[in-house]
Design a protein around this ligand. Sequence first.
Ligand code: NAG
Ligand code: NAG
Ligand code: NAG
Ligand code: NAG
Ligand code: NAG
Ligand code: NAG
Ligand code: NAG
Ligand code: NAG
Ligand code: NAG
Ligand code: NAG
Ligand code: NAG
Length: 463
Amino acid sequence: MKMAIAIQLFFFLLIIHSHSAIPSIRLLRRSTSFSVTDFGAIGDGLHYDTTAIQSAINSCPAPSRCYVTFPPGTYLTATIWLRSGVVLDIQPGATVLAGTKMEDYPADSSRWFAVVAENASDVGISGGGTVDGQGLKFVEKFDKRKNVMVSWNKTGACYGDECRPDLVGFIGSNKVRVSNVSFNQPAHWCLHLVRCENTVIEDVSIYGDFDTPNNDGIDIEDSNNTLITRCRIDTGDDAICPKSSNGPVFNLTATNCWIRTKSSAIKLGSASWFNFTRMLFDNLTIVDSHRGLAFQLRDGGSANDITFSNINITTRYYDPSWWGRAEPIYVTTCPRDPGSKEGSISNIRFTNITATSENGVFLSGSKSGVLSNLRFTNVKLRYKRWTKYGGGIADYRPGCQGFVKHGMAGMIMEHIEGLNLENVDMHWFDTNGSLQWNNPLDFRPSTVNNISFLNFHSGYSSG
Ligand SMILES: *[C@@H]1O[C@H](CO)[C@@H](O)[C@H](O)[C@H]1NC(C)=O
Ligand SMILES: *[C@@H]1O[C@H](CO)[C@@H](O)[C@H](O)[C@H]1NC(C)=O
Ligand SMILES: *[C@@H]1O[C@H](CO)[C@@H](O)[C@H](O)[C@H]1NC(C)=O
Ligand SMILES: *[C@@H]1O[C@H](CO)[C@@H](O)[C@H](O)[C@H]1NC(C)=O
Ligand SMILES: *[C@@H]1O[C@H](CO)[C@@H](O)[C@H](O)[C@H]1NC(C)=O
Ligand SMILES: *[C@@H]1O[C@H](CO)[C@@H](O)[C@H](O)[C@H]1NC(C)=O
Ligand SMILES: *[C@@H]1O[C@H](CO)[C@@H](O)[C@H](O)[C@H]1NC(C)=O
Ligand SMILES: *[C@@H]1O[C@H](CO)[C@@H](O)[C@H](O)[C@H]1NC(C)=O
Ligand SMILES: *[C@@H]1O[C@H](CO)[C@@H](O)[C@H](O)[C@H]1NC(C)=O
Ligand SMILES: *[C@@H]1O[C@H](CO)[C@@H](O)[C@H](O)[C@H]1NC(C)=O
Ligand SMILES: *[C@@H]1O[C@H](CO)[C@@H](O)[C@H](O)[C@H]1NC(C)=O
């Protein structure tokens, strides 16, 4: 199995590199470089530098490689549009500062980004500097549980509560490379890929306010062949979040990342109209998060062939207004609304996982959305309580049955066909003598079929 993953990763890297590295070496020889200051950018953080930045980009001899350089300074800007071949080279000490006024963004709310490329190839951001979304300026009311955010829905620009600009977007683009850059305080999603192919995101650091909703780290929507590596994501909402709204997601690899979030560290969904296929999440550290590794399929799309390996997780309770109840692993397929379809989840591997959590693992398929062939190998689950939030609730949100009272269990299982646990160790820590870890394994044989345990161990410590 390890070999299969290695081969998969190898071919995947080969594909990415055969698409990008070789052509870019050729392009490098005749690459161009422009400094935004030569086009009149001031970089004082007060005057808008939009026109200067856009002129520098537009002067690039597309589609050959062109670096648009930002020397140290703070460049306030409305939406800037990248083109094929353009790399924003934001140097250390330079910050691209996103505007906070609605007129800083295009009329079409699906194009609300500070930096965006559409239908471009060989395009990206690098250089060691920062892109800042000034997310705190979108807070209407600060609240430690969850901030109340400004919403531009009031003008009718878009519907719902999440009517705020994303920070950086790539739409319909090929060979995107985002490397060595920090993203700060997005007002809404931070780095958003839509219908992209062959994307590399590496050495990226994302920092979003911990109390702000919807400031996701990386959303990989309807996109294939994405590699995320050496990232650090510390944010309020979901950290790495594949979504299938209008098309499937194939071949996503995320490795060597550190994550903290008040929502899910890895979350498939909840937008899940199409399939999620072939993904590898390896060598991740997830700390103090609300939910660790999560499938929230709600719209009929399925997930197949997904591996989680070499991952350390700590999950704890936070305010219940955030989805999540401290589950280190959460695999669900319930229908969002009574009319929604149910996707299935199959061939999922959890290997070399260590979790310390305030709640158990939740594996819940649905009648027509069964979980099949799940494998847990070398998994250590440590159960402890250290916050004051109450437990005893199964969280099916979004949609479905919502919150349901349910005794605390080490592993809750519903609607499963084929579950294999090998070298699984559960350990309960009860410092208070009154914790109700009363249900190590919770399932009904009528909905859970073919479970096998090989080398299962359970232990308890008090005091
Ligand atoms: C799991 O850990 C073992 C021991 O460290 C290692 O030999 C094995 O390659 C790991 N498996 C995977 C899939 O990384
Ligand atoms: C996914 O990667 C495999 C190689 O691992 C490749 O054969 C396949 O074409 C890729 N799928 C898509 C949709 O690009
Ligand atoms: C990008 O391509 C799509 C599909 O071909 C097209 O509908 C859209 O108008 C294009 N967008 C831009 C900005 O060129
Ligand atoms: C990031 O860019 C800076 C400035 O060019 C450079 O000094 C540094 O080595 C780069 N870091 C990585 C990980 O590429
Ligand atoms: C607009 O957003 C606010 C939250 O900021 C929300 O309470 C309200 O329901 C939204 N209105 C519409 C029409 O979506
Ligand atoms: C991803 O691959 C699938 C399967 O080949 C294809 O249907 C889909 O259009 C691809 N997505 C993009 C953005 O090219
Ligand atoms: C795992 O990721 C960390 C960064 O989070 C890195 O320092 C370490 O080298 C990686 N380990 C392996 C085996 O790749
Ligand atoms: C997980 O924790 C173990 C024990 O502390 C450590 O050896 C390992 O490197 C950690 N792995 C990751 C991915 O953080
Ligand atoms: C989606 O996945 C399901 C379950 O694996 C499969 O039956 C279906 O054919 C897939 N759909 C597509 C379009 O590949
Ligand atoms: C039980 O599930 C395993 C996978 O966990 C599968 O390989 C096996 O074929 C199943 N056995 C039966 C009798 O369905
Ligand atoms: C110990 O348990 C009691 C009863 O559940 C609870 O009221 C109290 O807060 C717990 N103390 C600690 C330190 O968790």
